[in-house]
Ligand binder design. Sequence first.
Ligand code: ARG
Length: 589
Amino acid sequence: MADIASELSVACGAAFEALGLDAKLGQVRRSDRPDLSDFQCNGAMAAAKQARRNPREIAGEIADKLKDHPAIADLTVAGPGFLNMKVTPELLAQHVTDIGVSERAGADAAHDTQTIVIDFGGPNVAKPMHVGHLRSAVIGDTLKRLCRFLGHTVIGDAHLGDWGLQMGQLIVGLSEEQPDLIYFDEKFDGTYPDEAPVTMDDLARLYPKASAKSKSDESYRERCQLATAELQAGRAGYRALIRHFINVSIAALKVDYERLNVSFDLWKGESDADPLIPDMVEDLKSRGIAEESDGAWIVRVARDTDKGKTEMPPFILLNSRGGVGYHATDLATIVDRVETIKPDLMLYVVDQRQALHFQQVFRASEKAGYFAEDKLEHIGFGTVNGDDGKPFKTRDGGTVRLSDLNQMALEEAEKRIGEANLSSDLSEAEVRDIGLKVALAATRFSDLQNTRTTDYKFDLERFTSFEGKTGPYLLYAAVRIKALLRRAASEGNAAGEILIQSPTERELALQLDGFNTALEQSFAKRMPHFLCEHVYNLAQAFSAFYAAHPIAAEKDEALRASRLAICEAVLKQLETGLDILGIITPERM
Ligand code: ARG
């Protein structure tokens, strides 16, 4: 289902073509001056340059060709050659009707569907997630939902950090506490009990301790490095042990992710790339892509075109002890994905501060011919800051755990629900459920509404407010429509033929028509805030319409039926949009 802007673009493009000009000049979009017109086309100015003619004259000729178009109610030429168009109420009504019956709330599916890997979340084994993990989870999960909605095949991979020094630190830490565990026996044969020897609490205690100790105690650090090397070389007891660490961590991580309505298709990790590394390293060495340097193997990724900028440093593929790091596992993971998933595109939703790492890995992938660099995208994001404009910290300066943040959001949401007295006739279980949904909406929307690449300030009080550009405000708008439709149904009133008459109805219809553009922009730029903007403007336009007209209480039957149908279309699109943002609308609140 094409939106009005594209429908008009086709007509306008044909008019340009009929004058011997490029059809692309006929691009039509929503007007910058909604008080003057609904849509505009600025192509006459560019056409004038190309054809060395007067732009107003061209605009006039285009207007002549378009003026009888059935969708156009009014057409004027303004300024140097802007074409301003107002569309007919019938056209608007038709579009709102289509949105109401469309399963996709009026959105097009992508023309060429792709298989897309989205690497997001990126939690690390044994380390509790902190506020820095929020953005990757929420942005990545939203891009996954958006791509799926558009018809792409998406594989979301958590890409666990389960292969570095932290694993050796955990092994050594545990061996000090429980040296008799069979996993530490060098003759361990690989059969091990199903039951994990540690809980998440153990891991959360062991890791900071071991990590601190390996900073201050050199011989301890060497033991941790040795354990890491032995693990990577395949020592059976260590491999079995880290499998337990990974499983225990995943179970704990899932609890935090569930609160954020975030899920993954794959829980692979850095360690899964390990079996591919020997062949990959051989391949890179044999083709001269990896070079020996001071006993280590490095890959050079600088290019002539870097001249004038700071040259991109080489990265270490294999260190002098034969150990591999973050670059090697990421490169081997590309090889793995190419073999097992055969994707067309891979997106990495990771903190902006890792930009250099990804540039290096992507260039190496291109250089080795594993996967084209332009199909590998680092989707970086800014930082969540506190009041002081610095990365958000707890009062005593520690990092904020994601689980604490989720809890704070829930408590604040419950407080707001209490204040708004929304819950007077709801059961305790319902209040809890609504609290979770309000907290979810608050957390996800407040993150997603920001331009991805910018930092934002964490302000729970503002995020959970039922007013302003917030998740809870949007839920409230959707729930209000649900209540209104329930009331109408209970009074035996049904939706009917849509009429678009008043200014607020027109505005609402035009806003509904913008869904496609918002989705396209969000996808093209990998930026969910365009969709946030759309759903917010839709809720605002609905509010204005709601304030201007009686709906369920409208006496005129045709008007009431029309307005109920408009409400249905708005609700459908609002819920669809919120669902893509990972926000769940309650039935009541
Ligand atoms: N675990 C990493 C970290 O905490 C993020 C992983 C991102 N994904 C990747 N393929 N490197 O920084």
